[in-house]
Design a protein around this ligand. Structure first.
Ligand SMILES: *Cc1c(COP(=O)(O)O)cnc(C)c1O
Length: 229
């Protein structure tokens, strides 16, 4: 069943790319596996998926132990500073840099292991008080400051758009964040690229791809609904 879900998602991605005149290889699908057992990740791994997203440090570390070494782990959730050290070696990309102090801590830990760690800056595109992230109007200044931290490499922006059953409602937000990334790229800030746009989840990834997303993060659409009880 998971294989069928995945195939459906892949087809939707392909069609969105066709409509937008984009190449599918320029859109990475991250299977968001939070709350799901390693056996389910393994099933999706067998289908060829190598990018997995988790939002909790402990869960990411536990699953990493149990699953093949060639998986690329993405930290997509709010990250507490005291936990950075546990994932600094193990993540392909930290999507959720949402404060300067977090960027500083990642920089310190990256320096300790003598690596340059790639990160995205999370943008609170709709200014929702319930969400983490930098406000769009503060993004440029934030990135100019964070770019001075020499053991992190800012590679783009990430956003979690408002929850909606109507993906069209999020199109203006996706468009706005794409424009923001183009504007920031034009500033040619040292140490900063705007190659990655991590946006689009189960409810709205098709729309996000049409508006320029390069990474979609799909959980429910692959693994089914999450049970938090
Ligand atoms: C849970 C989560 C997702 C996936 O959500 P679905 O609606 O299940 O696809 C994507 N991004 C982030 C940051 C998440 O926390």
């Amino acid at each position: 069943m998971l294989a069928e879900n995945l195939q459906q998602v892949e087809e939707n991605i392909q069609r969105a790319c066709d409509r937008a005149g984009r190449k599918k290889e320029n859109v990475t699908l991250i299977a968001v596996s939070k709350t799901k057992p390693a056996s389910m990740l393994s099933e999706i791994y067998q289908c060829g998926v190598r990018d997995f997203g988790e939002n909790k440090v402990q869960e990411l570390c536990e699953k990493k132990e149990q699953l093949p070494k060639d998986i690329r782990w993405h930290m997509i959730g709010h990250l507490q500073r005291n936990k950075v050290k546990y994932i600094i070696r193990d993540t392909e990309l930290i999507h959720s840099v949402d404060t300067y102090r977090l960027a500083e801590e990642i920089n310190i830990q990256a320096k300790k292991i003598k690596r340059i760690v790639p990160v995205l800056i999370e943008i609170n595109i709709a200014g929702e008080t319930s969400k983490f992230g930098i406000l769009p109007e503060e993004a440029l200044l934030f990135i100019e400051e964070a770019a001075k931290l020499d053991s992190i490499r800012i590679q783009g922006l990430m956003t979690v758009a408002p929850y909606t059953k109507q993906p069209e409602e999020n199109r203006p937000y996706f468009r706005q964040i794409k424009k923001l990334s183009v504007d920031i790229a034009k500033e040619k800030i040292d140490n900063v690229s705007m190659d990655i746009l991590s946006m689009g989840m189960t409810g709205d990834y098709v729309t996000a791809i049409e508006e320029g997303s390069t990474i979609v993060r799909v959980g429910t659409g692959i693994f089914g609904a999450r049970n938090y009880t």
